[in-house]
Design a protein around this ligand. Structure first.
Ligand SMILES: [Fe+2]
Length: 243
């Protein structure tokens, strides 16, 4: 097995920005946890929604820089990159095009979430808008949407459309949002999931854990497939290459 250097593509790690950590101290604690897990690169993805009080990209860059400098001072070596977790609404694509909301690490990949009770049609057409505009949409935490539970056929439709699927690490190892970790592992095994992210929010309950998810799926999958999902696919985002 190759050396594990995880890239977390979904995290709420910037202090005082969204429903993530309240203080720089908590951010540092989260980074320590991430480091122990083997995470070396983190894309911070604060929530963005039309009509919400979103911080400007300039403000987020400032906070990201402060986090990076503080971490360096403490001897914590991470690459902290920026993106947004974008809550879908009709006009949100325009905000991405206008540069008000960020893609993942300045790539073509865009992390998009919907309401958990959203209709499949809205999810499909929402992701399609991004595909048609030349982006590579990544559906955030696929396991949360009611319309996609036990509907592999619909997940396949989204993938065929040109979108990618992200699942939260904890849903594989079975702590938070655990509606069937075994079923989630099967989805990964079947190739219906492209990325695993921690979706961490704090240093206590929703922490940046990924190693348990890796171990949980590794019992049932080939080394090559696991390596692809946990290491190679996220690398493609950083390199802005298609999977
Ligand atoms: Fe999130």
């Amino acid at each position: 097995m190759a050396v594990k250097q995880y890239i977390d593509i979904h995290s709420h790690i910037l202090p005082g920005v969204d429903d993530g950590p309240f203080s720089m101290e908590e951010t540092m604690e989260m980074l320590r946890i991430a480091g122990n897990e083997g995470i070396t690169t983190i894309i911070a993805t604060p929530h963005y929604a039309v009509g919400s009080k979103n911080m400007t990209i300039g403000e987020l860059i400032n906070i990201r820089n402060q986090v990076q400098e503080t971490a360096k001072r403490l001897g914590l070596n991470y690459d902290i990159l920026l993106g947004n977790e974008i809550f879908y609404s009709e006009s949100v694509l325009e905000d991405v095009i206008l540069g008000k909301a960020m893609t993942l690490a300045d790539s073509r990949y865009v992390l998009i979430e919907f309401g958990v009770r959203e209709h499949f049609k809205t999810i499909y057409h929402g992701l399609q808008e991004f595909v048609l505009a030349g982006y590579a949409p990544v559906l955030a935490h696929v396991e949360r949407y009611n319309c996609l539970v036990k509907r592999e056929d619909l997940m396949k439709e989204l993938i065929k459309l040109g979108s990618y699927i992200q699942m939260n690490s904890v849903s594989l190892s079975g702590r938070f949002w655990n509606t069937g970790a075994a079923y989630h592992r099967r989805l990964v095994n079947k190739g219906l999931v492209h990325f695993i992210g921690t979706d961490c929010h704090n240093a206590k309950l929703r922490t940046p854990l990924i190693e348990n998810a890796y171990k949980a799926v590794s019992k049932h999958m080939s080394d090559t497939h696991i390596q692809q999902i946990f290491i190679e696919n996220p690398k493609k985002i950083l390199e802005n290459k298609y999977i």
